[in-house]
Design a protein around this ligand. Structure first.
Ligand code: NAX
Length: 331
């Protein structure tokens, strides 16, 4: 039998946490034969509620779950973890300045970076979910210099999955027959959902989405805005932000990273830019990636048309600004 893997979820008493921890305990993230020990971190005001989540995990009697640590102590939470899913953060409240929210999150990610750096397992893989996800990941990278930049990522898989879902609905095909959409850039409304290279499986073989949706208006208009604004649409409908889809996408992100992407398929991940596609190096930016043996690689050589170029640059500019704002909170 395999040794259990320790998986950290921060903000585990929150909405996404509540949806995510049972998925991890069921093997959705690391596979049906991989035992896990869950480490759940939250802040003292949520301690009682966190303990309630722990009680439910015990009550669910998950066969793969070999232990649960529920704590408000960041060192205890980070000790020995091989996977860290960072969902905890400071939410933007009505009337708050962007700089104030950024400053709270910079403080959180700075201190959690140090704890991961000192106490996590070597080669720990980190996924930041909490917003501003790309920039929180960048701060984490900055304050955990011994963690390889290849091991620090942020979640844009939910946006990627939303794009797959929209194409599937539009073409009336199962979502599993659609692949290779791309989310470029920031997990924010400036992100660029790109279907120029997307493919649909048909009885006649694989076909480019562009040939099946001959309606440029949809691809360049409503499709993009629907994906960009989907988070807001969920809030409007549910009076709460996305939780089950965010949790499921976080599992997809880690599973594909650890176990590999299928041959001929790429996924979107927020990763440290090396300057590919002329995106400024040193940002955490969402790219198309393939994963093999636990390592992601940016898909190279995709042709970028003029319209796409503008959109790639626009979201990069926003991230450059966010980075400057985050750094100004440090001084
Ligand atoms: P909730 O407010 O329900 O949960 C957040 C939890 O984090 C709370 O229990 C809170 O006590 C805890 N927390 C706060 N500060 C902490 C700290 N310093 N250490 C540990 N825990 C801390 O929010 P939820 O709906 O679960 O969303 C969590 C985060 O995900 C938010 O930042 C949200 O904006 C972000 N999202 C990111 C998405 C993505 O695709 N990247 C999509 C979904 C989601 O909106």
């Amino acid at each position: 039998a395999k040794e259990p893997v320790r998986v950290l979820v921060t903000g585990a008493a929150g909405q996404i946490g509540y949806a995510l921890v049972p998925m991890i305990a069921r093997g959705v993230m690391l596979g049906p034969d991989q035992p896990v020990i869950l480490h759940m971190l939250d802040i003292p005001p949520a301690a009682e509620s966190l303990n309630g989540v722990k009680m439910e995990l015990v009550d669910a009697a998950f066969p793969l779950l070999k232990g649960v640590v529920a704590t408000t102590d960041v060192v205890e939470a980070c000790t020995g973890v091989s996977i860290a899913v960072m969902v905890g953060g400071f939410p933007r409240k009505e009337g708050m300045e962007r700089k104030d929210v950024m400053s709270k999150n910079v403080a959180i990610y700075k201190s959690q970076a140090s704890a991961l750096e000192s106490y996590a397992a070597a080669n720990c893989k980190v996924l930041v979910v909490a917003n501003p996800a790309n920039t929180n990941a960048l701060i984490l990278k900055e304050f955990a210099p011994s963690i390889s930049v290849k091991n620090i990522t942020c979640l844009t898989r939910l946006d990627h999955n939303r794009a797959l879902g929209q194409v599937s609905e539009r073409l009336n095909v199962p979502v599993s027959d659609v692949k290779n959409v791309i989310i470029w850039g920031n997990h924010s409304p400036t992100q660029y959902p790109d279907v120029n290279h997307a493919i649909v499986k048909t009885p006649a073989g694989e076909m480019p989405v562009r040939e099946l949706v001959a309606i440029d208006e949809w691809l360049h208009g409503e499709f993009i805005t629907t994906v960009q604004q989907r988070g807001a649409a969920i809030i409007k409908a549910r009076k709460l932000s996305s939780a089950l889809s965010a949790a499921s996408s976080a599992c997809d992100h880690i599973r594909d990273w650890v176990l590999g992407t299928p041959e001929g398929t790429w996924v979107s991940m927020g990763v440290y830019s090396d300057g590919s596609y002329n995106v400024p190096a040193g940002l955490i930016y969402s790219f198309p990636v393939t994963c093999c043996n636990g390592v992601w690689t940016i898909v190279q050589g995709l042709p970028i048309d003029d319209l796409s170029r503008k959109k790639l640059d626009l979201t990069a500019e926003e991230l450059t600004e966010e980075k400057a704002l985050a750094y100004s909170c440090l001084s």
